[in-house]
Design a binder for this molecule. Structure first.
Ligand SMILES: NC(=O)c1ccc[n+]([C@@H]2O[C@H](COP(=O)([O-])OP(=O)(O)OC[C@H]3O[C@@H](n4cnc5c(N)ncnc54)[C@H](OP(=O)(O)O)[C@@H]3O)[C@@H](O)[C@H]2O)c1
Length: 226
């Protein structure tokens, strides 16, 4: 990414202590772009990202003043949000998914509105939320009813009036990236051939912050789904 940004307001990464969000944060540090991080474990975030990055401690799934004021402080005066947080892979109860995957988005929108945020909200979700097939049904069983809560999160974003870019990723891998990517409008069915490296998704998310076109909705994957 460009290292000479006109806009020196910080970007806020929510979900920067693992996976795609961690790669996004590391890339921002490398490029010299100011960033702030919202994390539920300050020590973990510090150990991964260093002492210089402002960390705002908030558990997205625990509503209350502590969470909301951390989000307010993180978002005040910022240029954009990169939201990659979610309940970790593996079985999860619906109440947890509702609280974090949906409630976290709603809480972030509310904070953005409280502090007069005018930047872009880049939201990472999964391909296939609107395109049910056998694979997405397995996900919806392991993470019980997750598709419903992801749809609700999208609904909240679309009702928020914020400039939102929804990035729908295929199955994530920890490969090094650099693949030729398909970036297709809207949702696409997820499949075993729609894998994509987290490193490549991170590039797409950062590109979505820079792209002048507002309110986009794209699927990203390395190979075309049949
Ligand atoms: N796995 C796939 O194949 C796949 C495919 C497409 C899309 N996706 C979606 O892509 C996104 C990123 O996935 P990923 O695997 O790269 O990341 P990830 O490893 O799931 O990391 C999620 C991040 O969210 C944070 N988080 C979780 N619960 C939180 C809470 N209650 N409060 C605050 N932060 C919380 C985690 O913090 P901690 O470090 O503290 O846990 C971590 O930083 C997710 O939405 C995922 O569902 C996944």
């Amino acid at each position: 990414m460009n290292t000479h940004h006109q806009d020196q307001r910080p970007l806020v990464v929510i979900g920067a202590t693992r996976g795609t969000g961690l790669i996004v944060a590391q890339e921002l540090i490398r490029s010299g772009r100011p960033l702030r991080v919202v994390a539920r474990n300050r020590l973990k975030a510090r150990s991964l990202l260093g002492e210089a990055i402002p960390i705002f401690e908030a558990d997205l799934g625990v509503p209350g003043t502590a969470r909301d004021s951390a989000l307010d402080e993180a978002l005040r005066g910022s240029a954009g949000i990169l939201f990659t947080a979610a309940v970790p892979p593996g079985p999860a109860r619906e109440s947890t998914l509702q609280a974090v995957d949906y409630g976290g988005v709603v809480a972030t929108i509310a904070a953005a509105q409280r502090v007069g945020f005018t930047g872009r909200f880049v939201y990472l979700t999964t391909m296939g939320v609107h395109r049910r097939n056998w694979l997405i049904r397995i996900l919806d069983t392991v993470k019980w009813n997750i598709l419903h809560w992801r749809k609700e999160a999208e609904r909240a974003l679309s009702a928020s009036g914020l400039d939102t870019v929804i990035v729908r990723a295929g199955i994530l891998t920890d490969a090094s990236g650099g693949a030729t990517l398909n970036i297709a409008p809207g949702d696409r069915p997820v499949g075993l051939s729609t894998k994509i490296a987290r490193a490549d998704v991170a590039k797409v998310l950062l590109g979505a912050i820079e792209d002048p076109t507002p309110n986009r909705d794209v699927s990203v994957f390395a190979d075309l789904q049949k």
